[in-house]
Design a protein. Structure first.
Length: 478
């Protein structure tokens, strides 16, 4: 696929890195020649220096032959103009724009083909906010990801000594669950090595376990894997920028929130926006300030500033001073790999969280959802099945009959998924949830039907193409 990416920042750079590794023809455009040279030295891609909204610059980037435009510059107007030019002058089939302003995001009319011509609008700040909110709901988890419009959840947890499954084969998990509850362990990472679990696989202390189940069943299942932490009540947020403000707005109704912002002017604006959050002007890396705000009685500390070093320092200080759990946004992957699991419980890469939203539009076949896991090393796909037994290699076949793909695991199926609105998570499935789709854990005898949403866990990105081929209509898998 020929792809033109506008913007070489954290999001654009991560998207380029992820797509280049899949043999796509990538050209990236930015006004920062130094940043472009850095990306070109490390990846097999073309670069063009210039204003991404200008037709001449887009033409130089090869937009006339492009299959996909991804406009992820820091400027909403630039991204919108680029999509319009790409559609009107160059007839680019698919156009994706990064947008921050609610004024643009809330208007389908403005984004329609006859106006700005945006096929899909991405707001990384909102994607990251939703991701963090789910982690607040499940403080024991390393990752919490949703599929099939909220019907299925994939959760990554760290197994602990004394858990019911540690030292026992996975097949015993169902014996401990209540009737009507089922789950699938899709993957295990042991000392950073990926394992494809079978019923005989034993979970060990310290394993990173990815389990998948109907959303309403996740909490009782997680009790099997690790101690349940005290539910989060008190949260301290470091940083009142775009993400910190959004997270505070999302949480302040149900939690006790304090937000620390270094800039006095920004702190005033944030305080005027938030209704129930206590906004403090100060330095979140200041241990004395954290102690004054009873950090040792805080359930969760979220370091969400725009500075990696400040986030690492603030989160590490909060942990050392007694905060139960800490999370930090860290843009540099090397930093995230270094600190997670040490002084910091969860290190999030904003770009890696956002890239999944884009990959669903790049994957071949009908891919409804993509989640990037373990900082880009693995992926979980939601594939919509089409065709019949004659034209598809999966329709009408049992899971056990599918051609094996080493490193890929079919984890669950959602059948009869109708409508377009996400289902709200609850402790018990509502009648609306049941109408929205039946969740089938992918045991050997489950038969795949046309229209099913199939969730596939890929231990390695190299097997994604084989999964796409397997589910393609009329394509014979080799």
């Amino acid at each position: 696929m020929k792809i033109v990416i506008l913007g070489a920042g954290q999001v654009g750079g991560s998207v380029a890195e992820g797509l280049v590794s899949e043999n796509n023809d990538i050209t990236i455009v930015d006004t920062d020649a130094v940043r472009l040279r850095y990306l070109q030295d490390r990846h097999d891609l073309r670069t063009v220096v210039g204003d991404a909204s200008l037709p001449s610059v887009l033409r130089e980037a090869g937009i006339a032959d492009a299959d996909l435009l991804i406009a992820v510059t820091q400027s909403d107007p630039t991204n919108l103009v680029a999509c319009t030019v790409a559609q009107r002058l160059f007839n680019v089939p698919t156009r994706i724009a990064r947008l921050r302003s609610h004024d643009f995001l809330a208007s389908e009319t403005l984004l329609a083909p006859e106006n700005f011509a945006v096929d899909y609008a991405l707001c990384p700040e909102q994607v990251i906010t939703s991701y963090i909110v789910r982690l607040v709901e499940f403080p024991e988890a390393l990752q919490v990801l949703s599929f099939a419009r909220g019907r299925v959840a994939l959760v990554g947890v760290r197994a602990y000594a004394g858990g019911l499954l540690v030292g026992k084969p996975i097949k015993e998990m169902r014996r401990h669950l209540k009737p009507g509850i089922d789950a699938r362990i899709a993957a295990i990472y042991r000392r950073d090595q990926a394992l494809t679990p079978t019923g005989e696989t034993h979970v060990e202390d310290g394993d990173e376990v990815f389990l998948l189940a109907a959303d309403e069943h996740i909490r009782p299942i997680m009790c099997e894997m690790r101690r349940m932490l005290t539910p989060v009540r008190r949260v301290v947020i470091a940083g009142g920028g775009a993400i910190g403000l959004r997270v505070a707005q999302a949480l302040e109704r149900d939690y006790q929130i304090k937000l620390i912002e270094y800039s006095a002017a920004r702190a005033e604006r944030v305080a005027a926006t938030l209704r129930r959050t206590l906004v403090l002007q100060g330095d979140a890396t200041d241990g004395e300030l954290l102690q004054q705000e009873a950090i040792d009685e805080t359930d969760l500390f979220l370091a969400l500033t725009n500075d990696d070093e400040d986030n690492i320092m603030a989160a590490s200080q909060a942990k050392q001073l007694g905060c139960q759990r800490v999370l930090a946004l860290i843009n540099r992957r090397a930093y995230a790999d270094l600190v997670q699991g040490g002084p910091i419980d969860i290190a999030l890469s904003p770009a890696q969280i956002s890239i999944g939203e884009l990959l669903a539009h790049v994957r071949r076949g009908d891919v409804a959802q993509v989640h990037v896991l373990r900082r880009g090393a693995a992926e979980a796909l939601e594939v919509v099945v089409h065709g019949d037994r004659a034209s598809s290699r999966v329709v009408g076949r049992r899971i056990a009959e599918l051609p094996p793909i080493p490193g890929a695991t079919v984890a669950a199926i959602v059948r009869g998924l109708n409508g377009s609105e996400p289902v709200v998570a609850s402790s018990e499935p509502s009648a609306e949830q049941e109408q929205q789709g039946e969740v089938l854990i992918a045991h050997r005898d489950v038969v795949i039907a046309s229209g099913d949403h199939v969730i596939v866990f890929c231990l390695n990105k190299k097997v994604v193409k084989k999964v796409e081929q397997l589910f393609a209509v009329g394509f014979h898998f080799f």
